[in-house]
Design a protein around this ligand. Structure first.
Ligand SMILES: C[S@@+](CC[C@H](N)C(=O)[O-])C[C@H]1O[C@@H](n2cnc3c(N)ncnc32)[C@H](O)[C@@H]1O
Length: 302
């Protein structure tokens, strides 16, 4: 669980509602869900969603032990359809804790990490979509270069994309990591670091930015008045999208000059509650991945 969310309690007021309905739309291993359940009344409900089948299996176990929990397999961009199927009209809070989970990164067979050797898979949802191997082996060099640049902010995108194409077919994470390392110029700081390439390919395989864009709007639309959406992001590309989204909800577009109304007097759908909140030093000590976590919270007002 990310301690940043635990200690800053973005849902403090909503959890008091006796029949509150919350959605943990990135269940993972349920750290946030369990912390919420501790705060919720016996009549509340928690809908646990994840696109990863192993995460959903853990959510189902939790659901069999706690009648307040409903486990669902799906993407957070599909939240409205998931809630419709459960006959839920609106909810008091939604959490999006973006990116990969520690178990996904830690299991070599999932193919997310360049530190262990496994098949080049990287799909969060093991039941659907293109594997990283298929994409890496079939994409045009220009597409690979664009993805490394845009999603990995990789300075050596051109050299790495060229090297990937020349080394094909690639089937394992170690093969890809070695190609990335060899493609970086001598003397590059952190030369063996394939973090940016792996991040970019993972984001492409799971359509992460598109999911985030659709998921933010979908989750906000499901909120009841005074309901809150809390989002934890782990890098600037994601955080920028979250920040802009919250700004677009909480600030009216500028009006032409000389109108007798100020922008600030116009009704807006959302209110920025908090953010960016970063993990404290002690939280980062307990959970090093929290180092780059940023929490932002928006409340629905109309
Ligand atoms: C950082 S982890 C969440 C960890 C979780 N908060 C916990 O306490 O264990 C992110 C999780 O979100 C899931 N995920 C990522 N994108 C998703 C999406 N678009 N829809 C549903 N689940 C998603 C991943 O499969 C992963 O399990």
């Amino acid at each position: 669980m990310n301690p940043a969310l635990n200690e800053r309690a973005p849902f403090r007021k909503e959890t008091d509602h006796p029949q509150a309905v919350f959605v943990d739309a990135t269940f993972g291993r349920g750290g946030h869900s369990r912390a919420l359940l501790d705060e919720l009344s016996a009549d509340a409900r928690l809908i646990a969603i994840d696109r990863d089948l192993e995460a959903v299996a853990v959510a189902r176990e939790l659901a069999s032990a706690d009648p307040r929990v409903t486990a669902c397999h799906g993407r957070f961009s599909e939240i409205s359809g998931i809630l419709d199927e459960l006959d839920l009209v609106s909810v008091h809070g939604v959490i999006l804790d973006l990116g990969v989970s520690s178990p996904q990164l830690g299991e070599a067979r999932r193919g997310f990490s360049f530190r262990t050797d496994g098949p080049l898979d990287m799909r969060m949802d093991q039941s659907a979509g293109l594997t990283a191997a298929k994409w890496v082996n079939e994409a045009e060099e220009s597409e690979i270069r664009g993805v490394l640049k845009r999603l990995g902010e990789e300075r050596h995108a051109r050299r790495i994309a060229r090297a990937i194409v020349l080394a094909r077919p690639l089937t394992t994470t170690r093969e890809l990591a070695e190609v990335v390392s060899r493609a970086q110029p001598r003397g590059t700081p952190g030369k063996h670091d394939a973090t940016r390439t792996f991040q970019a390919i993972r984001m492409r395989i799971n359509d992460e930015l598109e999911e985030l864009e659709q998921g933010l709007s979908a989750a906000f639309s499901c909120l009841t008045i005074a309901g809150r959406l809390a989002v934890i992001s782990f890098h600037s590309l994601e955080d920028r999208k979250v920040k802009r989204f919250i700004r677009s909800l909480s600030q009216a577009p500028p009006l032409p000059r000389r109108l007798p109304v100020r922008d600030s007097e116009l009704p807006v759908p959302g209110r920025r509650v908090a953010g960016p909140i970063r993990a404290t030093a002690s939280e980062t000590r307990d959970n090093p991945r929290a180092r780059s976590a940023m929490l932002r919270v928006v409340e629905r007002v109309t």
